[in-house]
Write a protein that binds this ligand. Structure first.
Ligand code: SAH
Ligand code: SF4
Length: 347
């Protein structure tokens, strides 16, 4: 028994190399590659490929897909939330959001997450497995096909820690930009990390023009370590040094995510301390009123507190904005829907 190979995650060169070992001509590799970039979900759909070759392909390769289990449309905005089932019965989530500049898909990079942040629904059951690049692509393709739209931006802010799945993430970043496929350039992609410092250093070696988002959520180690276990391995000083190195190496502005949780990290003193630590960095702070997760009892601050926190940072020279909350009525923050589905035992 030979396990099937994941052909959707392969580059054209890799498919060509595979095909040459079977004496299949190179132009066939290109045809198959183009079908994959078009988002086909089976070899059957590749109509210009001879039947015999299609049958052979099925014996050695498989195409990563996502199967829709649930589609929730927000009544308050144009947000659509998807729950997908993978080939092995696992569940992941994606969200399609409409902004004035186009459509953004928020994708998952893993089933679950091993980082265990206290405020997050994705990590509550630990990590099941990482996604393939093909499974990441399939989430974007499905949302595009389902709504008959072109997706202009991708954010890797769904379930999972992208830098804990770096090789597949890099592959995804390379394939999603192909103009024969989704054609989403790296300048339109954000990769969000909880602060896996070695991953940040590996990522900067590629020099990709993506936006790196860092989930900071705290102004100091005491608060950060209490909510994010990763901070015990890589504290804020190590993390912010990695961020400075990243900015220097890539010339790209870093985006810091800061989820405001009432009474925990939303005081004036926290804003002052944060401003001090980020002083002089080429960065932008995104404030997110925390989404309540039933398991942890966290609350979001009232809008006045959020605004005050925002203006304090801005007045200290840290460019800060408050993120609009989309899809509040459909559990649009990632991890929440899968969690509900698992709880109800409907799998
Ligand atoms: N693992 C990566 C990417 C996925 S999480 C990371 O942590 O960055 C995407 C973003 O959602 C992160 O900034 C995360 O901290 C944030 N997040 C998770 N749970 C949240 C909640 N309950 N309210 C607000 N933001 C949350
Ligand atoms: Fe994982 Fe990110 Fe959630 Fe933390 S916030 S548990 S790193 S998905």
């Amino acid at each position: 028994f030979v396990p099937l190979k994941d052909i959707k995650s392969m580059t054209l060169d890799e498919i060509s190399a595979e095909f040459s070992t079977f004496q299949v001509p190179a132009f066939r590799a290109r045809q198959v590659y183009l079908w994959l970039r078009k988002g086909v979900t089976s070899f059957e759909q590749m109509v210009n490929i001879p039947k015999k070759l299609k049958e052979d392909l099925c014996k050695f390769f498989y195409i990563s897909t996502v199967k829709i289990k649930k589609r929730l449309e927000s009544k308050v905005d144009d947000t659509v939330k998807y729950l997908y089932e993978l080939y092995d019965g696992e569940y992941i989530e994606s969200v399609l959001m409409k902004y004035h500049h186009g459509y953004t898909v928020c994708i998952s990079s893993q089933v679950g997450c091993r980082m265990g942040c206290s405020f997050c629904a994705s990590g509550l059951n630990g990590l099941c497995r990482s996604l393939t690049a093909g499974e990441m692509l399939a989430q974007v393709e499905f949302a595009a096909q389902d709504n008959n739209i072109r997706v202009s931006n991708v954010v890797m802010m769904g379930m999972g820690e992208p830098l804990d799945n770096l090789n597949n993430t890099v592959r995804f970043l390379q394939l999603v930009g192909d103009l024969d496929g989704l054609g989403i350039g790296m300048r339109h992609i954000s990769v969000s990390t909880s602060g896996l410092v070695p991953g940040i250093y590996k990522l900067m070696e590629y020099g990709f023009p993506i936006t790196l988002s860092i989930s900071l959520h705290a102004p100091n180690d005491a608060i950060r370590s209490a909510a994010m276990p990763i901070n015990k391995a890589y504290n804020m000083q190590k993390l912010l040094t990695a961020c400075r190195d990243y900015i220097q190496k890539t010339g790209r502005r870093i985006s810091f995510e800061y989820a405001l949780i009432s009474g925990l990290n939303d005081s004036d003193a926290c804003a002052e301390e944060l401003a001090g630590r980020l002083h002089g960095m080429l960065c932008h702070v995104n404030l997110i009123p925390a989404n309540p997760v039933a398991e942890n009892g966290y609350k979001r601050p009232d809008p006045k507190r959020v605004q005050r926190f925002c203006s304090l940072l801005n007045s200290r020279g840290i460019v800060t904005t408050v993120r609009r909350t989309l899809g509040a009525d459909i559990n649009a923050s990632c991890g929440q829907l899968r969690r509900k589905t698992l709880e109800k035992g409907s799998r």
